[in-house]
Design a protein around this ligand. Structure first.
Ligand code: FAD
Length: 396
């Protein structure tokens, strides 16, 4: 191996997690190579919510100014009952969060966040990017890891990170827990121009409408020019993977009886993209020797806390810190990283499931949810999120 290979970290997957990992390592002085199976490095066209914890990771990744230029900053998080139209929660995040958590709550187009990470990787001068390159398998050697691609090339490095997402192939060799768990929840996503959104819904807020076995989320993006919509419902329809076209008829059937403001939003969309929502049971063993997992490959979660990408970026910063602290002993660094991260990410995985039940509650459970949410002060609601957003809670 060349001198460069003995310190270079190989990363399988160029999504938000893989790029954040390469960037964090580059900022810690390590060269990294990212392999992405798709033709180009890109993200799908949809929004993503960024908790204050994500902004703390942006500081560590050196991209805060760029994110601030492209993100939208909502005044409130609002929770509505999708049957009655009752407002259950109005949390003034713009007013409360910066003071309590040191950073704001933001909303960004995924493609924008991904492009910022990609550009920062390029500018670092330490990250090599290979698109259209699928990692097929790997082998640990006494002093490193050799990766073989589907295209037949081999690459050597000091270690390998599997940031290859929910359907991670690297996970099989480390955890060996089979396929992800299909939740039975389906997400339809779409982006509207702001002028297509009915006036009463054109709020500078992250709004969630909670109904029996369904919910709708909408929020502004790109300086409030666009609106992101995510409609989630229970369905036994199942297709592997994500990013296929959704069937508007099924969507309208599932949302029957919803408040006119909800139906008014759904009517605006002609074409939806569909995702089958999956997660896994938390595990504490996602590192083996010089190979580890990160992001959805390590701890895939349902989207109810809007934390999957935030946790992947937290992983990246933590992992780079451990690699630096262990001075190149990659196996020790990866175990330390896993130990630092697994309880926090396990809590997020399991709490996201609970939130899913509350979002989609019906009957007495819905009444209980509404009474519980409605009785809390904004400060109490905010404190219930402190375990995610308070920088003191983020393991380094
Ligand atoms: C409906 C929905 C809403 C969400 N909303 C939010 C939100 O608001 N906030 C939030 O923080 N998170 C949210 N998430 C979660 C978030 O999207 C994911 O947690 C995040 O994208 C995971 O990033 P990742 O890099 O780990 O994986 P991915 O984004 O899946 O990236 C994996 C990459 O690896 C590549 N790859 C796979 N196999 C190989 C291989 N063998 N060789 C090379 N490349 C490979 C893939 O092509 C892909 O580019 C949401 C998810 C969904 C479904």
């Amino acid at each position: 191996m060349s001198a460069d290979d003995t310190s270079r970290v190989l990363v399988s997957g160029g999504g938000i997690g893989g790029l954040a990992a390469a960037l964090a390592l580059a900022r810690a002085g390590r060269p990294a190579t990212v392999f992405e199976q798709t033709e180009t490095f890109k993200e799908i066209g949809a929004g993503i919510q960024l908790g204050p914890n994500a902004f703390h990771t942006f500081d560590a990744l050196g991209i805060t100014d760029k994110v601030n230029r492209l993100a939208s900053f909502p005044d409130d998080i609002v929770a509505m009952d999708a049957l009655s139209g009752e407002r259950l929660v109005q949390l003034p995040v713009a007013r409360l969060f910066p003071q309590r958590f040191g950073r704001p709550y933001g909303l960004i187009h995924r493609a924008d966040l991904h492009a910022i990470l990609l550009e920062a990787c390029r500018e670092s001068g330490r990250v090599t990017l290979h698109a259209a390159t699928k990692v097929q398998d790997h082998e640990e050697t006494p002093d490193g890891v050799v990766v073989r691609t589907h295209q037949g090339q081999t690459y050597s490095g000091a270690a390998l990170i599997g940031a290859d997402g929910l359907w991670s192939t690297l996970r099989a060799g480390i955890v060996g827990d089979g396929k992800p768990r299909v939740s039975g929840h389906i997400a339809y996503r779409a982006v509207l121009r702001a002028d297509e959104v009915p006036d009463s819904n054109r709020l500078n807020a992250m709004v969630v409408w909670m109904g029996p076995k369904y919910h709708l989320v909408h929020y502004p993006l790109r300086g409030n020019e666009l609106f992101n919509l995510v409609a989630v419902f229970h369905s036994d329809r199942y297709e592997d993977g994500w990013d296929t076209y959704g069937d508007p008829e099924e969507l309208h059937l599932r949302f029957q009886g919803a408040h006119p403001l909800v139906l008014g939003m759904l009517e605006k969309i002609e074409s939806w993209r569909m995702w089958v929502l999956c997660d896994r049971e938390p595990v504490a063993n996602w590192s083996k020797g010089r190979v580890t997992l990160l992001g959805d490959a390590a701890h895939p979660m349902l989207q109810y806390l809007a934390q999957g990408a935030c946790m992947a970026m937290e992983d990246a910063v933590c992992l780079a810190g451990k690699v630096q602290a262990h001075r190149g002993d990659m196996a020790a660094a990866f175990l330390d990283y896993q130990q630092a991260r697994y309880l926090r990410t396990a809590r997020t995985q399991l709490t996201a499931r609970l939130y899913g039940h509350a979002y989609h509650a019906a009957g007495a459970t819905r009444d209980l949810r509404n009474a519980f949410l409605g009785a809390r002060t904004a400060e109490q609601t905010m404190e219930s999120m402190a375990w995610m957003y308070d920088p003191k809670e983020i393991p380094r």
